[in-house]
Design a protein. Structure first.
Length: 293
């Protein structure tokens, strides 16, 4: 199987998890990895699809790496759509390809910010920037279907890991004795431990009956403010949880404040009903596992 973005944070956990299950993943990368692609030229290196039965597509320019200028927003969308199209064209061109499954990353940002509304995979899409990114990415992934591929869209939530993503940012001020309740902290965060997320992708790969969108999140979402209290408990630190006003976040982050203010009250019910079992089901278990050493 081929993993795009296999060099990234989630990708590295996924590649490790796949190897542990006896699979032989190959990483498709712009510059390192086992096989390469040139997205501007629209080409994969020779033999990149040989013997490949499944593609996991994680690659894309980092959502929160840089301020959302118009140029950055274009890069965030284009990198995901263009890369999916390059894969689609390569599959069309290789008539004897053996790829049967296409497992694409997407995000709970698909729904936009929805307050206390309980969201399922059937809920409608939002219309803010992140929603537009997810919708366009999923539509690009769906274009693999007419080629006879099974398409699964993993709507990833807030991935908890020590190496990157939201957690190190939220934990940054703890040594100063303060924790931020962002914009008041009432928004729902559907957290998932990065190892469980990697296993969710493995599950999607190994279960051919899965098709369509799935929440790649934990069993229970948590309000951001409560997440900070749970984090304090897991780290054994004491800090005051202080409200950070939304206008301050907007001054500091610009439109990217949407990403931290986003409320996505959703769970992994559909994936669990399909048989997925969590190693770290509660937010407390997720955080304690990450901070145990
Ligand atoms: N982490 C989260 O909380 C989270 C939440 C929701 C959704 N997701 C989605 O899940 C995917 C993986 O997340 P991650 O946290 O592992 O991301 P990451 O660490 O930033 O890795 C993404 C990978 O994509 C490739 N990439 C970067 N810029 C690119 C560009 N302009 N064009 C093509 N490829 C590019 C890179 O691989 P090469 O340099 O090897 O080419 C990189 O290793 C992303 O698409 C992300 O949007 C993540």
């Amino acid at each position: 199987m081929l993993v795009t973005g296999g060099t990234g944070m989630i990708g590295q956990y996924l590649v490790r998890a796949l190897r542990e299950r006896g699979h032989t993943p190959r990483v498709l990368s712009r510059s390192s990895g086992d096989v390469q692609w040139d997205l501007e030229a629209g080409i994969l290196s020779d033999g990149a699809l040989d013997g490949v039965d499944a593609i996991v597509h994680l690659a894309g320019a980092g959502i929160a790496d840089k301020r959302w200028t118009e140029a950055r927003k274009k890069a965030i969308i284009d990198s995901r759509i263009r890369s999916t199209e390059v894969l689609e064209h390569a599959l069309r061109a290789k008539r004897d390809h053996t790829v049967r499954s296409f497992i694409s990353a997407s995000a709970v940002g698909f729904y936009g910010s929805r307050g206390d509304e309980v969201l399922t995979e059937e809920s409608t899409a939002g219309d803010d920037f992140l929603a537009k990114v997810a919708v366009a990415w999923e539509q690009a992934a769906d274009r693999m279907q007419p080629l006879g591929l099974r398409v699964v869209k993993m709507r990833i939530g807030i991935v908890l890991a020590r190496e990157g993503g939201a957690l190190p940012e939220m934990a940054k001020t703890l040594p100063l004795g303060v924790a931020g309740a962002l914009g008041g902290g009432k928004q729902w965060y559907p957290t998932v431990h990065v190892e469980d997320l990697a296993q969710q992708f493995v599950f999607a790969l190994e279960h051919p009956e899965l098709e369509g969108p799935y929440h790649a999140v934990g069993p229970e979402p948590i309000r951001q403010k409560d997440l900070m209290h749970t984090l304090l408990d897991a780290t054994g630190r004491s800090a005051v949880v202080m409200p950070v006003p939304e206008f301050g976040l907007r001054l500091a982050l610009g439109e990217m404040a949407d990403a931290v203010m986003m409320s996505s009250r959703c769970s992994a019910e559909k994936l669990e009903a399909a048989g997925f079992a969590f190693r770290y089901p509660t937010v407390s278990a997720q955080l304690k596992a990450l901070y145990r050493d």
